[in-house]
Design a protein around this ligand. Structure first.
Ligand SMILES: O=C(O)C[C@@H](Cc1ccccc1)[C@H](O)SCc1ccccc1
Ligand SMILES: [Zn+2]
Length: 157
């Protein structure tokens, strides 16, 4: 298991537009994705994006679970999402607190779409299309920002 370090704000990689993966590459990155999930769990994260560990590719993990800040957050298996996109977003927005593994110790109120429809590929190359709301939708939007060189402070209230 390669050891990954988490890029901190100021590292230019966090400001790059990450590159899409070709389906042929998915399996090549399998060991990296294992290490990515390990890193997220090590830091009690509910999500993590590849650029945060210096890999500027369009991949992230969403792993909602109840936590002190979101005690009623849904419990979900950590889910790897490749070439993720938002295909529809609600007009309605919700403000809530966010943190970031790349900006430790800072929390901010961020406005996010309350409902989104997303699509992404699985490691096996299967396309998934699904709806998200609440905390899970928030994590998805937070991680997608990372793939587009944005961090939560950029749109904090
Ligand atoms: O830096 C990251 O992408 C991990 C973020 C994920 C996150 C997304 C939306 C709202 C909050 C966090 C976190 O730092 S993981 C740590 C964490 C866990 C639960 C609540 C707040 C922060
Ligand atoms: Zn983050």
């Amino acid at each position: 298991m390669e050891t990954l370090t988490i890029a901190q704000l100021g590292n230019p990689i966090l400001r790059k537009h990450a590159a899409p993966l070709s389906a042929g590459q998915y399996q090549d990155f399998a060991p990296f994705f294992k290490a990515l999930q390990h890193k997220m769990l090590e830091h009690n994260g509910v999500g993590i994006a590849a650029p945060q560990v210096n890999e500027s590719i369009r991949a992230f993990i969403v792993a909602s679970r109840p936590n002190p800040r979101y005690p009623d957050a849904p419990m979900m298996e950590p889910t790897l999402m490749l070439n993720p996109e938002i295909v529809w977003a609600s007009e309605s927005m919700e403000k809530d607190w966010e943190g970031c593994l790349s900006i430790p110790g800072i929390r901010a109120l961020v406005n996010r779409h309350s409902h989104i429809e997303v699509r992404y590929d699985t490691l096996e190359g299967k396309e998934v299309k699904t709806q998200m709301e609440g905390f899970i939708a928030r994590i998805f939007q937070h991680e997608l920002d990372h793939l587009n060189g944005l961090v939560f402070l950029d749109q904090a209230e």
